[in-house]
Design a protein around this ligand. Structure first.
Ligand SMILES: [Zn+2]
Ligand SMILES: [Zn+2]
Ligand SMILES: [Zn+2]
Length: 316
């Protein structure tokens, strides 16, 4: 306190220099402050405000006279300490208040990401009454889940259902909404390419087509129902000559996806000249890629037989 007679007396609270108000302090105010856990130190700023010192932590703060007399003044340092304690109990680090909203704090989560949450919510987390999740990490988890099934997570459900998300099928580019639980379990189909539940049994197949111009081509792929895929999805012209040459049963669609990817990678690597430009067949067959020249048919069939033998060796 600076009480020289020729300069106005001031006191510094929270790095602010405040003028001391020279009016009398009433005994009732001293008593009320004491009762509420504070020592009334001085009147500051104007006749409405008081400087009080917290009995618990010794922190000096300013309170309104009206608040002191009619309610319980709060010590900002004790409140912040309580936020820190709640944060620690909730497994978080308290970074600071949200400058834009007095009910919110900024916290660092154990993953290292910062989140903004209401103080009251963190208190509930500290009491284990609710959980807290990091949106950043959670979004990565969901993106990984989708990726593992050959889909890309695009964002929230366009229809606003919290259980659904918007995904794109990496293979065919089709975009659709799928329940997250179904993405996790694999119990869904693609409305674009007709690939059914990746967790359900599936088949690798080879199909032979003769295009309008007489060119013979062979397609390898996988489906839960190759016959239906051939007749209802692939052929644009029902009269196009085509044959399902061979099918290999695969325990799950996931295995089928994996085996099919490997098959195409091997074929493209060993026979790059046999890969046919989609422009050649896209008007007649509904598929974006992975069709080979008909001359490659014996090789495709031999590879399917190798895969069949490989699957037979896997213990059930
Ligand atoms: Zn305090
Ligand atoms: Zn995180
Ligand atoms: Zn698809």
């Amino acid at each position: 306190m600076n009480m020289h007679s020729n300069t106005p007396a001031t006191m510094t609270i929270n790095n602010f220099r405040l003028p001391i108000h020279t009016g009398a302090i009433k005994p009732g105010w001293l008593h009320e402050a004491q009762k509420k856990g504070f020592t009334l130190v001085a009147r500051v700023v104007d006749r409405m405000h008081l400087a009080v010192q917290c009995h618990l932590c010794g922190h000096l703060s300013v309170t309104r006279l009206f608040t002191l007399m009619s309610a319980q003044p709060l010590c900002p340092q004790c409140i912040e300490q309580a936020w820190r304690t709640d944060a620690a109990q909730a497994g978080l680090e308290f970074i600071g208040r949200d400058p834009d909203h007095r009910h919110y704090g900024i916290y660092k989560m154990s993953c290292g990401h910062e989140v903004r949450r209401q103080f009251a919510l963190i208190k509930r987390v500290a009491l284990a009454a609710t959980g807290l999740r990091c949106e950043t990490c959670h979004a990565k988890t969901e993106a990984r889940e989708a990726h593992a099934r050959g889909w890309e997570l695009l964002g929230p459900d366009p229809q606003g259902d919290l259980n659904y998300r918007k995904y794109r099928h990496t293979d065919c580019g089709h975009v659709q909404r799928i329940a997250r639980a179904n993405m996790q379990s694999g119990r869904f189909g693609c409305g674009g390419c007709g690939v059914d539940w990746p967790a359900a049994p599936s088949f690798l197949y080879a199909m032979h087509f003769t295009l309008e111009n007489g060119r013979e081509i062979v397609k390898a792929g996988f489906s839960r129902d190759p016959q239906s895929r051939l007749h209802h999805q692939l052929k644009r012209d029902p009269s196009m000559p085509c044959t399902l040459l061979h099918m290999v049963a695969v325990p799950t669609g996931q295995d089928a996806i994996r085996l099919e990817k490997r098959l195409h990678a091997d074929l493209k690597h060993a026979h790059p000249a046999s890969v046919i430009d989609p422009a050649v067949y896209s008007k007649q067959i509904r598929v974006a890629s992975e069709i080979y020249d008909g001359a490659l048919t014996p090789i495709v069939l031999a590879r399917l037989e190798e895969i069949e033998a490989e699957i037979a060796r896997i213990p059930a």
